[in-house]
Design a protein around this ligand. Structure first.
Ligand code: NAD
Ligand code: MG
Length: 386
């Protein structure tokens, strides 16, 4: 905290969906939060506008070719300007920072998260891929450095909120809700022909392109099962996925006595972001409220593991452990990028991921170097198949 008792935050991926909503939370409570650093990959104009508005100490652009433009645009302000991926890994260690919001997308979030934990920073975790790839390594590191990992993902925030005051009580199971995505009612045959535009139209949430495609394949829910295992220490067999198309119940916890607690809210990521940043307090907000008069009904159904095999792959990878979740993540990142470039069909994604799982060099106790090597190897392999 700074001298005014504000929490000092760094936002990795400030120009994205979670990043911009994090800045809205800061605007909602400027008396509680101060932005120390913001980073982006390529969107230099957005980053410049954010820097001029929020006046952080430092900005970082990963794409080094955009450094001069960024530097010149901020020349009249006392803001430090850096470029390159290594600079993102370094900025998170700056002494004044209390919390790092990891809102970058994909495997790229892993190394900055590790550096932030080693520097003793609390993590507000949006970048679930980090937990999918290296959940064991990250949780061990967080324990060693006594750093909290505060979930931003709405399902995990819901579980985290249900667990408040329950620290000595046995959890029987976690129930993750899933909207089912845009293709919830589709058959396997219908899925063969779906387009990128259809897949990018999520019924309830407005999110970055990668996670929107992951939601359409249900890989996102699979990743969330893996994320839940590491965040809450619950085995995969005790984590159930329930399709709940209205996205009002964000997830649930069933305790030893059979009681089930749920957390409800509008589909608005600013709420879980704010809870992660203000935890254990709750702050006032002007965000929309649920209107039960208009809701009418909440419905539930079981997920279809045959139509959405990516969900099954995630459970399988979690059960196998080692570097297998890292394999699935790497193959998935390549597949989603190829689908977004319209190089492969929607259903090719699960086929390629399955093939990667079968072809991978399995390691049961991977080190960080093993994860980096697995990621590189699987990306190359999957690119070759595309
Ligand atoms: P997005 O694509 O909208 O934004 C990603 C941000 O990360 C951008 O600022 C981009 O510049 C930056 N970035 C991307 N690749 C980078 C790289 N290689 N190096 C440095 N910076 C990079 O994504 P998003 O929807 O905000 O999602 C961010 C993360 O949060 C993902 O891991 C996603 O799974 C997770 N998440 C998102 C939501 C949501 O509602 N959007 C919900 C839950 C979890
Ligand atoms: Mg989620």
């Amino acid at each position: 905290m700074n001298s005014e008792n504000k929490r000092v935050i760094a936002i990795l991926g400030s120009t994205g969906s979670i990043g911009t909503q994090t800045l809205q939370v800061v605007e909602e409570h400027p008396e509680c939060f101060e932005v120390y650093a913001i980073t982006a990959n390529q969107r230099v104009d957005d980053l410049i506008a954010q820097a001029r508005k929020f006046k952080p100490e430092a900005v970082v652009i990963a794409d080094e070719t955009k450094y001069t433009q960024l530097k010149e645009a901020l020349a009249d302000l006392p803001i430090k300007v850096y470029a390159g991926y290594e600079a993102i890994c370094q900025i998170v260690t700056s002494a004044p920072i209390d919390i790092v919001v990891t809102a970058m997308v994909g495997f790229a979030g892993l190394r900055p998260t590790i550096e932030a934990i080693k520097a003793g920073k609390a993590i507000a975790l949006a970048n679930k891929e980090t937990m999918v790839v290296a959940g064991e390594l990250i949780t061990n590191l967080a324990n060693r450095y006594r750093v909290p990992i505060l979930p931003v993902d709405s399902e995990h925030s819901a579980i985290f909120q249900c667990l408040a005051g329950e620290s000595n009580n046995r959890i029987e199971k976690l129930i993750l809700t899933a909207s089912g995505g845009p293709f919830r009612t589709y058959t396997a045959e219908q899925l063969e022909g779906v387009t990128k535009a259809q897949a990018l139209r999520h019924p309830n949430w407005s999110m970055g392109a990668k996670i929107t495609i992951d939601s359409a394949t249900m890989m996102n829910k699979g990743f969330e099962v893996i994320e839940a295992k590491w965040l809450f220490g619950i085995e995969g067999k005790d984590i159930e996925v329930v399709v709940h198309p209205q996205s009002v119940i964000h997830s649930m916890v069933q305790f030893a006595d059979g009681s089930v607690k749920a957390q409800l809210g509008t589909p608005d990521m600013r709420l879980p972001i704010m809870y992660a940043l203000s935890y254990p307090s709750r702050l006032d907000s002007s965000f929309p409220r649920l209107d039960f008069g208009k809701l009418q009904q909440l419905t539930f159904e079981s997920p279809n593991f045959d139509t959405f095999p990516c969900l099954r792959f995630a459970y399988d990878a979690l059960a196998m452990g080692g570097n297998m979740p890292c394999v699935v993540n790497a193959a998935n990142e390549i597949c989603v990028a190829a689908f977004l470039r319209e190089k492969i069909k929607f259903t090719d994604m699960s086929r390629i991921i399955e093939r990667a799982m079968q072809s991978a060099n399995f390691k049961i106790n991977p080190t960080l170097d093993d994860y980096l090597a697995t990621d590189a190897e699987i990306r190359k392999m999957a690119e070759g198949w595309i």
